[in-house]
Design a binder for this molecule. Structure first.
Ligand SMILES: NC(=O)C1=CN([C@@H]2O[C@H](COP(=O)(O)OP(=O)(O)OC[C@H]3O[C@@H](n4cnc5c(N)ncnc54)[C@H](O)[C@@H]3O)[C@@H](O)[C@H]2O)C=CC1
Ligand SMILES: O=C(CO)COP(=O)(O)O
Ligand SMILES: [Zn+2]
Length: 349
């Protein structure tokens, strides 16, 4: 009997460009979202973006401020949405706000629209939410946004480090796809040629456009946002974060647990992908290309630039395979000596 099946959940409207925040009202009506929304935002995005959205809505919507990604924040948003009888949620801000709003909307069973104000990672358009809690991090499936409104004029004004983090998250797609293919060969993991090809092509196009990615250029926000959307679509096609999350993401998630201070998600996965590419292809392999791609857009290429210690990074490399049932080049664990060697040869430590 034929048993394959696929269920692809995608955003319905994605609008990217200069000043598109002024088209939020139009998009909301095209999506046939009914009732008053609850706006989920944080302090800075409230000033630079939220007021421009509320002006376009018929009635003054309630606004919930969220500054940290916690399960308690998701609970607060759920309670507020219920108290206000919100018809849908609008997340306006960085990845924290968008994750919290996305997960609350999923739990409430109402629509969600994403208005990213920084292009920091592909979670701003994807069907995943990621919440750190205590010493662990929960990466969970949630309905992707019904609509995405990415105003490049606003995103271009965000601190530059968020844009380079978004780029690095995309560059890490190379090793994520390699890990996925390895898992398909060694563990018979389900692999999607379409999702894998789209994810890799997204990274290739971003790297090909690296010369146009410069601080102060709105074109940079355009290129990175398009790539983040494309990567989010690859994850939707796969119905998994596999196309964009391999061993480099495991190492970054583990660093979040081990290290005292965390660096930006995209920066961590970028540095980790230099070493996982080395594990895949050896000393003369492609790790130098991954390194150069990161360096060209000004993303960190060393553990020191992340603000982490060599010891924490090595520990993350040797224990990352334990955190999730996702087979990667880390296999059943790399030894401390091998982890150190990979990080040393690639100049990461
Ligand atoms: N859902 C997923 O797949 C993923 C989720 N994450 C999660 O995303 C969160 C981090 O998201 P980020 O976007 O890196 O940080 P963030 O959302 O915490 O934002 C960082 C800061 O930048 C400010 N900001 C946002 N836009 C701005 C602008 N245009 N101008 C000035 N300031 C601005 C925010 O108010 C905030 O203070 C974490 O909770 C992490 O766990 C990370 C990776 C993947
Ligand atoms: O960050 C992601 C893809 O870039 C999501 O991956 P996770 O499933 O590892 O949280
Ligand atoms: Zn990521």
């Amino acid at each position: 009997m034929f048993e394959k099946r696929s269920w692809i959940r995608l955003p319905r409207n994605v609008v990217i460009g200069h000043g598109v925040i002024e088209e939020t009202g139009q998009m909301l009506s095209e999506l046939h979202l009914s009732g008053t929304p609850l706006i989920v935002t944080s302090s800075t995005p409230k000033v630079i973006a939220t007021d421009r959205v509320t002006e376009q809505l018929a009635s003054d919507p309630p606004v919930e401020l969220v500054e940290t990604a916690r399960f308690s924040s998701v609970e607060h948003v759920i309670e507020r949405a219920q108290a206000e009888s919100a018809g849908y949620l609008l997340g306006i801000g960085g990845g924290t706000v968008i994750d919290v709003a996305k997960m609350a909307a999923d739990e409430l069973g109402v629509g969600f629209v994403s208005v990213p104000t920084a292009a920091s990672h592909d979670g701003i358009v994807s069907g995943r939410g990621s919440i750190p809690e205590g010493t662990t991090r929960h990466s969970v499936a949630a309905d992707p946004p019904l609509g995405v409104i990415a105003d490049t004029a606003i995103i271009a004004e965000a601190p530059w480090k968020y844009t380079t983090a978004g780029c690095a998250d995309i560059i890490s797609n190379y090793t994520a796809v390699r890990d996925w293919q390895l898992a398909a060969r060694l563990k018979n993991a389900e692999y999607s040629e379409y999702a894998g090809a789209l994810s890799r092509m997204t990274a290739e196009m971003l790297v090909g456009n690296a010369d146009s990615i410069n601080q102060g250029l709105e074109d940079s926000a355009w290129i990175v946002m398009k790539a983040l959307v494309s990567s989010g679509v690859a994850m939707s096609i796969a119905d998994s974060s596999r196309p964009a999350s391999g061993a480099e993401h495991l190492i970054s998630h583990q660093l979040d647990r081990i290290a005292e201070d965390t660096a930006l998600h995209g920066h961590q996965v970028g540095v980790a992908s230099i070493t996982t590419e080395y594990l895949h292809s050896g000393q003369d392999g492609n790790w130098q290309n991954v390194h150069d791609a990161l360096s060209n857009i000004g993303a960190p290429t060393t553990v020191a630039e992340l603000g982490h210690s060599a010891e924490d990074f090595t520990e993350a490399m040797t224990t990352a395979h334990e955190i999730r049932d996702r087979y990667t080049i880390l296999g059943n664990g790399v030894s401390e000596a091998a982890a150190r060697e990979a990080a040393r040869v690639t100049g990461v430590i």
